[in-house]
Design a protein around this ligand. Sequence first.
Ligand code: NAD
Length: 477
Amino acid sequence: MPDYRNLIGGELVPAPRMMDTVNPATGEPWARIPASGAAEAAAAVEAAERAFPSWSALPALARAGYLRKVSEVFGEHAEELARLETRDNGRILRDTLKRDLPGMAYLWQIAAGQCLDAVRGDTVQLGPDALGLTRREPYGVAVCIIPWNSPISTFSAKAAYALAAGNTVVLKPAEQASASVLRLGELLAEVFPPGVLNIVSGLGEEVGDALVRHPGVGKVSLTGSTETGQAITRASADALKPMTFELGGKSPNIVFPDADLDAATLGVTVNSVYTGNAGQVCVAGSRILIHRSIWDEMLGRIERACAELVLGDPLDLATTMGPIVSAAQYERVTSYLELAEKEGARLVFGGRAGAEVVPDLPGGYWVAPTLYTSEDNGLRVCQEEIFGPVAVAIPFETDDEALTIANDSRYGLAAGVWTRDLGRAHRFVRDLRTGTVWVNTFRQMPPGLPFGGVKDSGYGHDAVLEYTREKAAIIKI
Ligand code: NAD
């Protein structure tokens, strides 16, 4: 089995304790990763602190040069990194290879172009004899904590902008899927000066907690669950560290009768909750709101679209839906299948899990695409994030009712609206309480637009200015 190592101060180092990482398509361990603790967290933060003065003093264009080299690494190692990530977390190769890796090469180029934005300030004429000015400054050491569902993409969305702004970084991947990011660490050790980028893997409550509490850390950015966001807020309360939180969701995807129903069907199925990540996507449209006049037709369309999904080995380019990431997540998703039945949700299709779903890979964590219907948005399966290929369809009659149901959630990450009515589209963009609204499309997150949530889905977003603070100066002339 390959052993992956942490990247600390430019060196690739194993931790005293290692742990297995499991291929979710087979249930078999396939590599070992560091199970880091407080000592590794401290070493990584101290290395980042030592690297900060010279990295932050570099002219913005020199920093941009480093970021462009990262973009080249993504181009040169796309196939290797995509395969690694697919093996490690089950995200289908179609997505990692064709969607994620090309997107990352592009994202690091964009971040390189934004290095100058991070050093741009304002001047304010305060009167004939005084001038005000602002300057942007990096926070110092930025700790970036990421989940397992798209490690390379989330790594990039945080590290690229944090580094562009002149911070040094300690990144912690998720214990369920760290290999692709640790491999990136091996490649990027050749790119950055020692200590500018550090990567430590391990359990959230061990190394993650130690990083967040470390007094040398100036900024924390988490993509993860709402509960982890709350835990990190409590852990760092004494130090008042600035936070960016991209957290969970229970996104509504709303279909009106005037929509292009072919596009809407794709948008609520393949491009939403039954995706290559088997619904393990923060923006999964797991509540499908359907106008009563097209209720039966849409349920039929969704069932037919899901019947065409190909479940199986995620490394096969013909596969369109992979496994659940881990045994623990499998337990969680299947517990919601039981709960849905208890709560009285009606099963339309699916509801199956285990070896029978993909008999060729009996050890994998498989859940069939599943749809329930419910008249009541108050059920727990309508309110709680399941993070699997399980959706609930909910009927509505009026625009007001659709809005009320859509906004009746503790989460506010994203929403989809399918309509040809321009006025209605703008009204929903205005009135949906979410960080992103997609109209006649879904799951598009292009760099250059903010991506983040409201309510329990978090606050802030990963962008270059988010990794800077503004200082004011007043100069008497
Ligand atoms: P998680 O919250 O369990 O873990 C996320 C990361 O936080 C992991 O690296 C974990 O080790 C770390 N962590 C856990 N406890 C910690 C602690 N006490 N201190 C410091 N770090 C800690 O989430 P997950 O199960 O890995 O991922 C699924 C969740 O992430 C879902 O809720 C999903 O919606 C969310 N997510 C959100 C986005 C977004 O952009 N909004 C994107 C992807 C996933």
